[in-house]
Design a protein around this ligand. Structure first.
Ligand SMILES: [Zn+2]
Ligand SMILES: [Zn+2]
Ligand SMILES: [Zn+2]
Length: 162
């Protein structure tokens, strides 16, 4: 995590920004909660534990700056809340998401599965793709497991009656 923080620091320096203590606290929270897809308020509450003097406006500004510098990506899963997601190092495009409609879990697919689609879009629409968002809505493997278990339970009950 140290190294990643260092690299993000360099990324900021390259654009003539300093990693101030407030910015550093914000980046650390994002690194510690990399898979959590935090909203600005979530980030603020966690940063406050490290830097109690920090204000919500500062956290907002830092998140906007990090988005501009492509350290994080901003994403919305349809609930009207912007969430902040660290960009994978070396990734050209944003990773894909699987959003479970039953439990709300958000899983990630790091591999870019859109290569063929991108080739078609670039060819047929003469469009140079820079990035994309892909979110699948469905039922996660955990929730599928639950329904399998309850089905087998009811089967057992049936057998008991017989
Ligand atoms: Zn993500
Ligand atoms: Zn792609
Ligand atoms: Zn689920």
């Amino acid at each position: 995590m140290e190294n990643r923080l260092e690299r993000i620091k360099k990324q900021l320096h390259a654009q003539s920004y300093k990693l101030t203590p407030q910015r550093e606290a914000t980046v650390l929270v994002l690194l510690e909660h990399e898979e959590d897809h935090l909203s600005a308020e979530d980030v603020y509450l966690l940063v406050k534990e490290k830097a109690p003097e920090i204000g919500l406006a500062t956290v907002y500004r830092t998140l906007e700056l990090l988005t501009e510098l492509k350290v994080v990506d901003k994403i919305n899963f349809g609930d009207g809340v912007s969430r902040f997601d660290l960009r994978q190092e070396g990734a050209n495009h944003f990773h894909h998401h699987l959003v479970c409609i039953e439990c709300g879990a958000v899983d990630e697919i790091q591999e870019d599965l859109l290569g063929d689609v991108e080739a078609i879009v670039e060819r047929d629409f003469t469009f140079k793709i820079k990035d994309h968002r892909l979110t699948f809505h469905g039922v996660c493997y955990r929730c599928q497991d639950h329904s399998v278990t309850s089905e087998s339970n009811s089967d057992e009950r049936l057998t008991e009656k017989v």
